[in-house]
Structures are given as C-alpha cells and as structure tokens.
Design a protein around this ligand. Sequence first.
Ligand SMILES: Cc1ncc(COP(=O)(O)O)c(C=O)c1O
Length: 381
Amino acid sequence: MSADAPPPARAGNGLPAAAAAAATVLRHTRERRPGELNLKSCELLHPLIALFHAETMRTASPWDVVAYPIYEDTYAQVARHLGVPVEELVLCPGSEPAIALLVRAFAPIRIVAHAPLFEAWERYAQLYGCAVHPVPPREDGGRLDVADLITALRGGPPSLVVLTQPHGHTGQVFGAGEVTALAEAVSAHDSLLIVDTCYLAFVAGGEATVQATTGLPHVVRVNSFSKAFGLAGARIAAVATHPDTADYLLRFNPESALSGIALTLLRAALRRPDVFASIWTDVRRLRDLLASKVERALPGWLARPSGANFVTFDVPSRAQADLVYVGLLGRGIRTRNLSGLPGLPAAVRISVPSEHAVRCVVDALDGLPGGQDARQGSGGL
Ligand SMILES: Cc1ncc(COP(=O)(O)O)c(C=O)c1O
C-alpha cells in the first residue's frame, strides 16, 4: 500500500469492514468427545494405519521439528504418486486451505458446483466475496449431472467449476467421459475446473477417471491425503495443475504452514502403496457389508452406490432418519444426518473405516426403534 493510500474502511470497533460482512460465516469448532466413535468425518480410523503412522513417528528425526522443512523429496514422491511432473504440484496443509487459496487467488469469481457442496467452498466464497451458483441433483432419482453444471456455467460469466469425485455427500462417482466433457466445456468458457479427489482412492480404478484432465491449463486437482492415507490430523494435501497455475499459487506460499512431521508421515506412507491399497480394498468390502446389514436391519433404508469410504442411505422419512441418528448418538456413534440437504429429503451418511466400526453400527441398530437384528446372514460379522 502506498503512503498516501486511503486507510481501509473500519467498523466502529476497530475491525476492518470485512469483519462485519464475515459475521454470518459459521465458525468451525471441533470438540473432543472421549469414547465416541466418529463415523461422521470419514477419517481412516483403521487400526493398521494407526500402527503404521505410530512407527513412522517413533523413527522420525528430531530435525523434522527443529529445522524448517525441506520440500523437495516430498514433491518428488507426490509427483510419482499422482503421475504428474513436479512443476504441476503445490503442497498445502490440507485441502481446505487449498480451497481457501484457490478462492482467494481467483476472487472475485462465480463458483458453480453441485449441491450439496463441501462447506469450505461456501465459507471462503463468502469471506472473499464470491457468489456460489448451486446446481441441484436431478428430481428423478437424485443423481448429480455433469450436463447441469455445464448448462449453469454457460449461463453466466467465467467461473470456478467444482466437481467432487466421488461426491462428498452421496459417494456418486462420475465417469472419465463426464470429467473430460466438463473440462472441455470449462476450457471453452475460459473458466477453471477444480476436481476435489478427497475420496478418489476408495474408487476401484478411480485414478483413470481424472488422468486425462489433470495438468490441463483449465483444470486443478485438489487431492487430500486426510482420508485415503489416514493423515487428517497431520494436515497435508496436494494441488496438481498446469505449471503456470501452480507457479501463481506458489506465490502465496501455502507451503509455509506445512509441518516437517506432516511431510515425513506422507513420505513414509507413499513408500508403502501396498499397505494402503489393501486397506482401500478392505474399505470397499466394508462399504458393501454395511450397506447390506443396514438395509436388512432397517426396512426401507436404501444404500446409494458409493465410491467413497462411506455409505449414504435414503430413509423412508425424515423422522426415522432423526430417530436413528439420535439413537446411534446415544450409543456413542456419531454419523451424519444429511436430511434436508438438496436431493436428500431424508438421509444418513455413515463412514466405514474398519470392521470394528461396522460391527458397532450393526449391534447398535438392533436395539433401536424399528431396528432388526442384522448380525446373522451373509457377509460376516
Ligand atoms: C469433499 C471434501 N473435500 C475436502 C475435505 C477436507 O480435506 P482436508 O482434510 O484435506 O482439508 C473434505 C473433508 O471432509 C471433504 O469432504
């Protein structure tokens, strides 16, 4: 700011005027609830993963804490993992900060996205003065359609278009052809496509759906390591995009908030793709198991096909969704009640981090109003 620039507008309490505009943005808080099984946040609460990271921490160098981190080796490993050149990568302390960075870097801009949308987008859109254009699911069947995103995009100015692959509320997976068609439409409209691949590792063959588009000039992939690698607490994600966009984003220095320990944990995990691939395979099995057990225990509940590490159930009525959500909570199991969100009049989302977690849900359902014993029958448990 030059010496004679006018001072920024201030509210009466000394805060910038922007603080008043932010007053309706929800503050994010996370509470510690000892003993609770959290099947809401979709973390990879898998005992083998916990042991894996414990071993890395046991052998980590104190210099990871004492010295400022060096990123080079991690960039090389992430580049190999995502199949992109290092010049296309930006490491961030989680994909939420990556989303904040993208909105800030391109604001003011319209954001076109399927609804419901990961809440971070709305938060940063409001903070950085961007309008969100929500594209609801189809009324017949509740599917999210890429063609509807394209129609919304073409109806307005150049935009950030967000595709969550698979979708974070329903687990819906988009085909490679849909992702490519969207990328082409976005490019033709001089816009930017953001593909959030937070849950993609849980889709069998999922990488192939984004391979052709990652690194194109109008595409940004935001790839969290929170869920797939069990690093939610370490805070690390990678953005993969065209080198020019990566260069622009790196000017904001998002790496400065990354800790050396997070880098070390990720590097150790990426050295053992076999360990993680077998866990993802197991998550797919558990997803099917949970779906069948819940459908049997709660007549009328219908599992949506999911590519993620959770299953979203459509429920006959909102009252029943509320009852089961509260009943499970009373038994120490937190799920996500999605009822009332676009295309989800009555729905509950339950993550599947481990066999133990699925067993806890199945056992708890038996004692709930309307619940039936689903512990016997095919699929184990
Ligand atoms: C769709 C989606 N993207 C991103 C994130 C956040 O990931 P991170 O832990 O990397 O900030 C979540 C977390 O719930 C999510 O559901």
